[in-house]
Design a protein around this ligand. Sequence first.
Ligand SMILES: Cc1cc2nc3c(=O)[nH]c(=O)nc-3n(C[C@H](O)[C@H](O)[C@H](O)COP(=O)(O)O)c2cc1C
Length: 328
Amino acid sequence: MSVYFAPMEGITGRLFRSSFEEVFPHTIDKYFSPFIASGVTKGVAGKDLKELSPDQNKGFVLVPQLLTNDSRDFANTAKTLQGMGYDEINLNLGCPSKTVVSKKRGSGMLEDPERLEAFLEEAFSFSDQNGIRLSLKTRLGSASDEEFVRLLSIYDCYPVHELIIHLRVRTDYYKLPLRPGWFDFAAKNSKLKLVYNGDIQSRREMEQIQKTYPAADVMIGRGFLMRPWMLEESASGEPGEILGRENPGAFRKFWQFHDRLYQRYKEEMPGERAVLFKCKELWFYMAQSFDTASEDRGRENKKAMKAIKKSQYLSDYEGAIEILRHPG
Ligand SMILES: Cc1cc2nc3c(=O)[nH]c(=O)nc-3n(C[C@H](O)[C@H](O)[C@H](O)COP(=O)(O)O)c2cc1C
């Protein structure tokens, strides 16, 4: 089974990917880039070209993701990416954000299956002619998971390189409960290579999916943010296990990763505010690996998390994380 790192806009950019790969080498089979939103006239933005530049993504496999519903734009962007050395591309059919859906992109494309089909027809025909492998990352539907029956029958008509299924509908966003039964449906009713995505937070959960669906691969996002050492833990680990004295190896690796990434942000981002913004966003997830419930240690950690949120300068931030560095 292969393990993929999910695309996460604003988080899993080139600095994140290379830091992760340095601390956890060769544990991820493929990284998927956060979506790039190109345009027929504007092409691919300079910042996206830099994000995807092969010399900024050395030593691992990266699949660029496109967010488009326009076949001309798809073709232009795919050509540009192929020119950079990418023969595999992923199409975003899952983004639930209002601004994206209102333009009928991302999961907005699932609302109109006929239009989706017309787009896929052209996109796959272009990819086929140009030797590009095209994979899809979809949700189960726009408002109802019943929509997935038709969507899957459409996907099945195309040479989809792999079908990544985030087991939610658009209106579930990221928080409402997963609908894992639909993966079963897909496994029984599709001939495509499938990838399971949604809420995997431990090696044990990942291995459970592997056992149930031996032909499928998995994609993990937030689980790797909360617990970057996840693939190195013992399979018997509890899903909610927190960092502390009991798992010194994980604790060390966690800080190694944090420090590497923090260093990169400081070197490459313009100013303290930008660095702090990135770090605070990450701590929203990473905080969940720390004890914030127990009497003494938990209270200290909670204070540190608050201080991270409030920090205005890197010196505040560095002071706050110092408290968390002690396993208690
Ligand atoms: C902050 C954030 C940004 C995301 N950005 C993207 C994106 O650019 N493209 C995409 O296909 N999915 C994106 N996703 C969805 C994830 O790739 C993934 O499908 C989702 O989080 C469920 O998997 P998980 O529970 O393992 O995180 C994003 C999710 C989050 C939380």
